[in-house]
Write a protein that binds this ligand. Structure first.
Ligand SMILES: NC(=O)c1ccc[n+]([C@@H]2O[C@H](COP(=O)([O-])OP(=O)(O)OC[C@H]3O[C@@H](n4cnc5c(N)ncnc54)[C@H](OP(=O)(O)O)[C@@H]3O)[C@@H](O)[C@H]2O)c1
Length: 274
């Protein structure tokens, strides 16, 4: 499989995907980026050796896979302008735009265009991303595999069967890195209040987060068992965990994720008004 992959928009997320694809063995000569900013085009060409253009239609004409990587606010206008080129060429389209649902995209791009909706997250920059994918059951298996191939270059990929679950994916993994940053921020501040120098607090908190994450990913134990493994009866961890539980941490997390999911639904309605 060596398709021509074109990107509409050459910003942060496109850069992460291109980096991952090239690391994964994709020939840079098979990657084309349509981007209005000449400085950004030059940067992408120099950094990755990919081809660039300022002409979205030309990219759509050449693409076998077309990744829509512009901001959601400009996507309606960009997608509608691509429709004539897509009607001719019919590449597999992958939208990474947050919040814009399949049906709206399909309406703008043209009903015959094969289309996958993806929700990646920022650790994609380090090829440590987590992406949710949705496509209707009518999409051919080989096109599902092609979409997976693109997003797997920057991390793990999961499919959801119902599109409404993309709002949950957005709340969990899309926004999720920020929740962990907030928790680490709070731990660093508390560590400094306990008297540790700031650089020591910073190192201990970040390395602990990384160590705990690796244990969670690599161990066969479930999270409660991993937690109990650190929690001796009558010990220090037990006291801290009891404080979190009494403060309602679990309920707060549930409320936060529900709020993010609800906001994702609201944004879809706002963005699709066109
Ligand atoms: N970053 C994330 O964490 C994340 C996570 C999940 C999904 N996403 C989605 O990924 C998409 C891109 O986000 P991003 O963070 O990569 O944004 P970004 O860095 O702003 O990239 C968007 C790029 O598209 C270019 N562009 C603007 N108008 C265009 C047009 N008419 N034709 C072609 N290119 C155009 C922009 O150029 P100018 O700067 O010159 O306008 C910019 O380089 C968004 O839809 C976002 O929802 C992002």
């Amino acid at each position: 499989m060596n398709p021509t992959i074109a990107f509409i928009g050459g910003g942060n997320m496109a850069g992460a995907l291109i980096h991952g694809l090239i690391e994964d063995g994709t020939d840079p000569g098979r990657i084309l980026v349509a981007e209005p900013d000449p400085t950004r085009r030059e940067q992408l060409a120099v950094r990755f050796g990919v081809r660039t253009t300022d002409d979205n239609q030309a990219a759509a004409n050449e693409a076998e896979i077309l990744v829509l990587a512009v901001k959601p606010q400009v996507l309606p206008q960009v997608a509608k302008a691509l429709a004539p080129a897509l009607a001719q060429n019919r590449p597999l389209c992958i939208s990474i735009a947050a919040g814009i649902r399949h049906a709206a995209l399909q309406r703008w791009l043209g009903e015959a265009v094969p289309l996958v909706r993806a929700m990646p997250n920022t650790p994609a920059m380090l090829q440590a991303g987590a992406t949710g994918l949705y496509a209707p059951p009518t999409l051919a298996e080989e096109q599902r595999e092609a979409a997976e191939h693109v997003l797997r270059a920057v991390g793990v990929v999961v499919w959801v069967e119902e599109e409404s679950l993309m709002d949950a994916v957005t709340a969990v993994s899309g926004s999720g890195p920020a929740y962990f940053f907030l928790f680490m921020e709070a731990m660093e501040a508390a560590a400094v209040e306990l008297g540790l120098p700031a650089d020591t607090a910073r190192l201990l908190v970040r390395q602990t987060a990384q160590g705990a994450t690796r244990m969670a990913l690599e161990s066969e134990l479930d999270l409660p068992d991993l937690r109990l493994g650190v929690t001796s009866p009558g010990g220090t961890t037990e006291r801290a965990i009891a404080t979190f539980e009494q403060g309602g941490l679990r309920d707060l997390v549930r409320q936060a994720l529900e709020a993010a999911r609800d906001r994702s639904r609201e944004l879809s309605r706002e963005l699709e008004a066109e």
